[in-house]
Design a protein around this ligand. Structure first.
Ligand code: SAH
Ligand code: SF4
Ligand code: F3S
Length: 450
């Protein structure tokens, strides 16, 4: 029998929301016979799910398209018509421009239009012309997405992402997200709960609720009232089989009392919070339009630590925002010392077209940004190493996620998201096991089951 399956290669860039969207794109195409491959070379459809957050991220797409063009040409020589799609935030931001720069691209569509993928693909195949869909639609994509089979869900692992909130209305002056993902929107509680139940029934043990501004969540509850993220967490905690909950990414301004208390009272919520502050300088925070001061942030950290003393914290930082002086940068180092992070991401400011920050005059020279980034990363690196070292000798519950590199080895995640190796175990993937941390490596910890 001829092989009727068509092969789909999807590459995700950027944040976890893109990882979630890529999975849903694959689900949308499954009814048309597409199966995923991890090799672009033999794919019939290649989707790049792109990120526009920094210039480097956006430019990666064009270098990748250069490689893919060669695959398309080689396969055309063998009589195969390989379709190429650019999805995600670069697609939303650049639209038609992508086709101008890379004419072999067949489809361009943004984060809110991928539910139309089968239809766009049919149009591209019928007409042989490129299809661009970047208007924000009136309908909600979530109402049109295909539910995957439980086997497919389980094949993606025992920890899953679930988007509960989309878009952002905050308009931080450096950020493209409000333009690429559109206005803030929360999915209704019962829709989220149904998806979470489906995941749990398929064997998923841990769910990370996603949104670019996830703690602004205000979905319609079963009682018709607007529910906050804390209420949603308590509701999801009731689902049998689901053992761990996380959420990301939060904005300090939306860290309300109920959510802070959930870190004490919601037993399945993990003691790890990613709460980006970006800068420790009040004047830079103001220029970034973050709408809070360094003191406000420190106060929230203090209250969260009171609610949940064993919480570990993570953040994002931008160095070299326009107008950032040496003294402003010292304030950033100071807030890092004050908080003491378990982990953090840090970036050089990248001016993004269409954002207010890009038009500011006092742009910081590249070499100053590089030097500041180095100093910040050295400090954050020390804190991360110290945090990991402090885990030696401790007992954690580990969610076993995948086989390790060596026979008999399994890799799991600690409550603090650290990868942890265990050996010589009869436990299975998906089990949550108590472990004793034996040794701290550069990138992971090792442990034995107790
Ligand atoms: N919604 C999240 C951030 C999403 S973007 C929040 O509010 O914190 C992820 C991170 O990328 C940001 O936290 C920021 O640190 C970084 N980032 C965003 N725009 C950037 C830019 N123009 N230049 C450099 N880093 C940027
Ligand atoms: Fe971007 Fe700010 Fe919205 Fe986060 S809160 S997505 S940084 S605009
Ligand atoms: Fe990037 Fe879009 Fe996520 S710009 S960080 S992929 S929301």
């Amino acid at each position: 029998m001829p092989d009727t399956k068509r092969k789909l290669f999807i590459k995700s860039y950027g944040c976890q929301m893109n990882v979630y969207d890529s999975a849903r794109m694959s689900d949308m195409l499954a009814p048309s016979g597409y199966v995923e491959t991890d090799q672009p070379d033999d794919a019939d459809l290649i989707i790049l799910n792109t990120c526009h957050i920094r210039e480097k991220a956006a430019e990666k797409v064009y270098s990748e398209l250069g490689r893919i063009r060669k695959i398309k040409a080689a396969r055309a020589g063998d009589g195969h018509d390989v379709k190429i799609a650019v999805a995600g935030c670069v697609a939303q931001a650049e639209g038609e421009e992508i086709i101008r720069r890379a004419p072999m691209v067949d489809m361009v569509f943004g984060p809110q239009t991928y539910h139309k993928l089968p239809d766009m693909l049919a149009r591209a195949e019928e007409t042989g012309r490129s299809v661009v869909e970047t208007e924000f639609p009136v309908e909600d994509k979530f109402d049109h997405l295909v539910q995957p089979s439980s086997v497919k869900t389980r094949s993606r692992g025992v920890a899953a992402f679930l988007t509960v909130q989309e878009g952002c209305d905050k308009f931080c002056s450096f950020c493209v997200v409000p333009y690429t993902r559109g206005a803030e929107f929360s999915r209704p509680v019962e829709r989220v709960a149904a998806e979470a139940r489906r995941l749990a029934d398929a064997g998923v043990k841990e769910i990370t609720l996603l949104g670019q501004n996830v703690n602004a969540y205000h979905g319609e509850g079963p009682d018709g009232a607007s529910w906050g993220l804390a209420q949603l967490l308590y509701h999801l905690e009731e689902i049998d089989g689901l053992e761990r909950l996380r959420f990301t990414t939060s904005h300090p301004k939306d860290m309300d009392e109920a959510l802070i208390r959930a870190h004490r009272d919601c037993a399945k919520l993990m003691p790890y919070l990613h709460l980006p502050v970006q800068s420790g300088s009040d004047s830079i925070l103001k220029a970034m339009n973050r709408k809070h001061s360094a003191g406000f942030y420190l106060d929230i950290i203090e209250r969260i630590r009171q609610a949940r003393p064993d919480i570990a914290l993570s953040s994002d930082f931008i160095v070299g925002f326009p107008g950032e002086t040496d003294a402003d940068f010292e304030d950033t180092l100071k807030i890092v010392r004050d908080v003491n992070y378990a982990q953090a991401y840090s970036f050089k400011y990248s001016p993004r077209p269409g954002t207010p920050g890009a038009d500011l005059e006092a742009q910081v020279p590249e070499e100053v940004k590089s030097e500041r980034l180095q100093r910040l990363q050295a400090l954050l690196g020390e804190q991360q190493t110290a945090f990991n070292a402090s885990c030696a000798g401790q007992k954690f519950d580990l969610l076993l996620e995948k086989p390790g590199r060596y026979p008999g080895q399994l890799v799991g995640r600690s409550p603090y998201l650290q990868p942890v190796h265990v050996t010589n175990t009869n436990a299975a993937i998906g089990d949550i096991v108590p472990v004793h941390i034996d040794a701290i490596g550069a990138n992971s910890l090792s442990a034995h089951i107790v």
